[in-house]
Design a binder for this molecule. Sequence first.
Ligand code: HXC
Length: 510
Amino acid sequence: MKDVIEALEARREQARLGGGQTRIDSQHAKGKLTARERIHVLLDEGSFEEYDMFVEHRCSDFDMQNQKIPGDGVVTGQGTINGRLVYVFSKDFTVFGGSLSLAHASKIVKVQQMAARNGAPVIGLFDAGGARIQEGVDSLAGYADIFMENVLSSGVIPQISVIMGPCAGGDVYSPAMTDFIFMVKDTSYMYVTGPDVVKTVTNEEVTHETLGGASVHAKKSGVVDGAFENDIEALIQMRRLIDFLPASNREQPPVRPVHDVFDRQEMSLDTLIPPNPNTPYDMKELITKVVDEGDFFEISPQFGGNIICGFGRIEGSTVGVVANQPMTLAGVLDIDASRKAARFVRFCDCFNIPLVTFVDVPGFMPGTKQEYGGLIKHGAKLLFAYAEATVPKVTVITRKAYGGAYDVMSSKHLRGDVNYAWPTAEIAVMGAKGAVEIIFRKEAGDPEKLAARTKEYEQNFANPYVAAKKGYLDDIIMPHNTRRRISKALRTLKNKKLTNPWKKHDNIPL
Ligand code: HXC
C-alpha cells in the first residue's frame, strides 16, 4: 500500500514540474509566475482541487508519441475565492508553449461545463502560443469546443480571462467571448496574427507590444478591461472583482457586511458642480463618495474615459455604476464610450446587478470621424442596452442631460425606475447657445438680442423643473443626500419584477 501511495505522489510531483525546471526558471526570468503559482495566488489557501492532472495528448505525428507531459499544458480545477466556488484553467507555457491540443482543450471544456452546471464563475489564465501546431485540425476542433462552451455560458455564469503571457491565434477568441479580459503590462500580448505574419502580409514592422500589448488593448482597441503591473497584482484584483459578482444568473449579487451607514451625508457634494457650466469636475469623486466605503472597481479605466463603468456596493449589495465623466471630452457620448457602457450595462442585466447611472452629458460627439465610424449604430447599442435591461435602474442627473443622450442615459422613458436630478441639472434638447442660434437664426446679426435670448432660454429650460413638472423625474434631490436617496430607492426595488416579451433573442445593433 505504501508503495502505491508513494508512486502516486511521485507521478503528481512529475506532473507539477510541467515542462521541467529549466523552463520554469525561464518563466520566472521573464517576470512571470508559473501556471500553478498563479492559481495559488488567485485562490484561497489550500482550496485548489486539480482535475485531469494525468491527461496526455494523443498525437503521434512529428514523433509526438515520445513527447508526453502529464497535464498537457494546462492546469484545471476548482477552488474558492473568499469562500465562494470558482473554476479555473491556467495555461502552462512550460509545456509545448502552453499550446492547445485536443486533450488540452477537453480539460478546459470539462471545467467550463462543470462551472455552468454548478453555477460558478470560470477564470482562465492565458500564457500560450496558440494551436498545437503538431496536432493540426484536432487543435482547431479543440478551440471550437471551447468557443461553443463560452457562448453557451455567456449570461449564465461570469467568465473572466487574464492574459499573462502570449495569447495568439486561436487563443484570442475564447477571451474575446468572455465577460471581462485583463492583461499584465509588459509581459503579455494578444493578437490574431503575430508580427511576422503582419510583416509578410502588410509589410508593416511591429513589435509584440505595439501590435498587441496591454498599452494597445487597454487604451486604444478597448479589447481588454484593464491592465495590471504584474501577475500578483492582476490575480489579487481578480479576487476583488469576483467578490462583487454573483456566481451565476440564478443568484442575486453577493451581500457583504458593511459599516458605512446608508444615509451618510456628503456635504462636499453640494459644491461639486462648478459655477460655470462648462467647467469640468471629477465624476469619480461623486461615485466614491456614494458607494460603500469608497470601494469602486472600475472597468476599462483607460479606454473611453468619457464614461465611467464599474462595480460598487450600496448597503453591502453590488451595483453597476455608469457615469459620464466631464473631465474627458466633457463627458460626451462617442463610439468608444457607447460600446464600453453598452457592454457593461448588458453584463449587469445578465447577472441581476442593479444599475446606478450618474448623468452629465452634453450629447453625442459630432464629426465625420464619428459618423464614418458608425456612431449611429454604436450609440444605439447603449440605448438598446438600457432599454432592454430589467434590473433596478436608478438615475441621478447632476448637470447636463441634453438631446438624445438624455434619453439614452437610463431615462424614465427607457423604464428608469427612480429618476432623480440635482438642482443644478439642465435637461433640454440642447445647450442654450445652440438652441438660440437655431430658433432665432433671423436675429443672428444682433449679438445683444441673441445674448438676451440665450439668457432667457437658460432661465426657462436649463434646469430640472421642466422635466420634473412632467413627471420625467421623480424628485429633485439635495446633492449631499445622494447616497441616502439611492439606497432607499434600491430598497424599494429589491422585489422588482419586469420581463420583456418572449423572443428567441433580441437583435441588438452589433
Ligand atoms: C507547439 C509550440 C507552439 C505551438 C510555442 N511552442 N508555440 N509548440 N505549437 N503553437 C513551443 C516551442 O516550440 C518551444 O518549445 C516552447 O513552446 C516555447 O516557445 P518559444 O518560441 O521558445 O518561446 P518564446 O520565444 O517566448 O515565443 C513565444 C511565441 C512563439 C511568440 C508564442 O513560441 C510563437 O510564435 N509560437 C507560435 C505561435 C503560433 O503561430 N501559433 C499558432 C497560431 S495558429 P521548446 O521545446 O523549445 O521549449 C492558431 C490557429 C487556431 O492558433 C485558430 C482557431 C480558431
